[in-house]
Design a protein around this ligand. Sequence first.
Ligand code: 6PG
Length: 251
Amino acid sequence: MSSVEVIVYADAEELVQATARRLVDRIVAAQSASGSASIVLTGGGTGGGVLKAVNDLPDRDAVDWSAVHIWWGDERFVAAASEDRNDVQARAALLDHVGVDPARVHQLPARDGTFGDDPDAAARWYESELAAAADGGLVPHFDVLMLGLGEEGHTASIFPDSPAAHDQGIVCAVRDCPKPPPTRVSMTFRALVDTSTEVWMMTTGAGKAQAVAKGVQGADRISTPAAGPRGTDKTLWLVDTAAAQDLSPAE
Ligand code: 6PG
């Protein structure tokens, strides 16, 4: 039975340190059990901070990084070298410093790549990549799916009441985002719900408190997308005290 748990840290620094530790432990456990591991990364300050903290862990190489499959829940549809890209930030924070296998680093296409200025084609291609790595299904099994969330409740690039929140594909193009850059490519709920052993919703700061409360309480995912993603084993809300301030004591 899948559970929803909230873990509250004193501040952002404590959260990223503990989450880095948790990530290394989860990957090591997955590799011990099956020989491989598959994780989904997120952008944002918290997600980037966690990767940087993993890089700084003395035992980060307890992980066989060459055997880790790495995916992204969403990406800004900009040039491949743009520092706005989640994958560029992840490389700088961690991936360039550990021995990942380039064939297992599944980045989303860029605007100056094979598909040019066509985010729909980019989305279709990422769907085919996911399906190719899946064991007969549409999406491979992920051990950990990490996500951030916005003050208005978006997660990945699924914004409240947007077409992406209704999309029935696995990956979709996102246009006219309320937050720049306006064009992105995002996993949809079909890729974010019941595809991962654990989903980690990670955020800090009082500005996120209402979105956290709605997400933890299981609000309607169309208007609060952060309420949608679910792990098959658990959905963990990893937040600091400020982001937890609108939760009731029982949560
Ligand atoms: C974006 C951002 C955004 C971010 C969340 C969480 O796509 O424009 O990356 O989705 O991930 O707002 O950000 P923080 O971790 O910085 O709170």
